[in-house]
Structures are given as C-alpha cells and as structure tokens.
Design a protein around this ligand. Structure first.
Ligand SMILES: Cc1cc2nc3c(=O)[nH]c(=O)nc-3n(C[C@H](O)[C@H](O)[C@H](O)COP(=O)(O)OP(=O)(O)OC[C@H]3O[C@@H](n4cnc5c(N)ncnc54)[C@H](O)[C@@H]3O)c2cc1C
Length: 149
C-alpha cells in the first residue's frame, strides 16, 4: 500500500504507516452515460442511473434530486396508465444535469497538478453556481406543466 501511495504527501504517508495490514485499496469504476434510465414502468435513480466518481461530492445530492423529481412527476393521483410517460419526463428532466456533474467529476478526477485539464477556480465557481442554484422541485413542476400544454 505504501508503495502504491509513494507520491502522496508525507503527512498522509505517516498516517498510512500507522495502520496495520487492513489498509484497503478502494477501486473506482466509471460508466458512460446511459441512453435511458427507464423502461415502461421501471426506472433507475441515483448511482444506478448515473454513477459518479467521488471528486465532486455530488452522488448523494444527485440521487436526492432524482427522488425529488420523481415525487413531483408521480404525485398522488397520477393515473397508472401515465406512469411510463412520466418516467420518460423524469429522464428528460434529469439526465443532462446528472451527466454534466458526471463529466465534471471525471475531469477533476483525471486531473493532476500542473495539467491543463485541472479545472481552475473559475470552473469550480461555475460548477458550484449550477449545483447550488438549482431548484429540482420547481424544475420538475415546469417539465410537467410543459408536457401538458
Ligand atoms: C467515501 C464516499 C464519500 C461520499 N461523499 C459524498 C458527498 O460528500 N456528497 C454526496 O452527495 N455524495 C457522496 N458520496 C456518494 C453517495 O454516497 C452515493 O452517490 C449515494 O449513496 C448513492 O445513493 P443510491 O441510493 O443511488 O445508492 P446506494 O447508497 O449505494 O444504495 C443502494 C442500496 O441498495 C442496496 N442493494 C444493492 N443490491 C441489492 C439487492 N440486490 N437487493 C436489495 N438491496 C440491494 C445496497 O446495499 C445499498 O444499500 C460518497 C460516496 C462514498 C463511497
């Protein structure tokens, strides 16, 4: 393990050296964006729909936004026959944003100091602006309203 982390900061190496032989290597897996998250009356959400690398700390947040969106689009009283169409709306409402976050985390994870792919402060600022200004509930309501007009 210490060999694997040989280019880590010395403080981190000192901490790792204190550990017994139970230090685990936790591999990260990536997945390209899926063409859809729904099939008829079934839908994926959270990591199953859009697994995120951990470099933007957004996996849980995006899963919650999926759940909020579904709760608006499948609100009490939704006719059972409307469910497949509502699930397609859920994908339409969510996939672009989730894929944007996936790609940002991917870029950040691939980055090493000195490489030009490293998002600069401006890119992080833009990212946080998009992340924290989003109203998932309001957006889902808009998507539903447009689908009826
Ligand atoms: C170390 C770490 C730090 C993180 N930090 C952040 C953070 O700061 N901010 C953030 O937003 N996100 C963070 N995340 C990401 C976040 O935890 C995940 O994106 C989020 O938990 C995904 O939620 P989910 O419900 O989609 O999947 P999960 O939380 O993985 O839930 C899936 C559940 O299904 C269960 N399951 C699997 N197979 C079966 C089966 N066959 N039958 C029944 N049950 C089954 C699993 O046991 C699990 O309980 C972090 C993740 C990790 C690993």
């Amino acid at each position: 393990m210490l060999e694997l982390c040989s280019d880590f900061n010395n403080d981190v190496l000192a901490l790792l050296a204190l550990a017994d032989d139970e230090v685990l290597e936790w591999r990260l897996f990536d997945l390209p964006a899926l063409p859809t998250w729904c099939s008829d009356r079934l839908a994926l959400l959270g990591d199953a729909a859009h697994p995120l690398l951990p470099y933007a700390a957004q996996g849980g947040a995006q899963a919650i936004e999926d759940a909020v969106t579904l709760s608006v689009l499948l609100q009490k009283g939704t006719p059972p026959g409307d469910v497949p169409e509502r699930l397609k709306l859920y994908f339409d409402a969510r996939h672009e944003r989730a894929e944007y976050v996936q790609q940002f985390a991917r870029t950040q994870g691939a980055a090493r100091p000195g490489q030009k792919e490293v998002p600069d402060d401006g890119a992080w600022h833009e990212f946080f602006k998009k992340i924290f200004s989003h109203d998932a509930w309001g957006h889902a309501e808009e998507v539903l309203k447009h689908s009826k007009s």
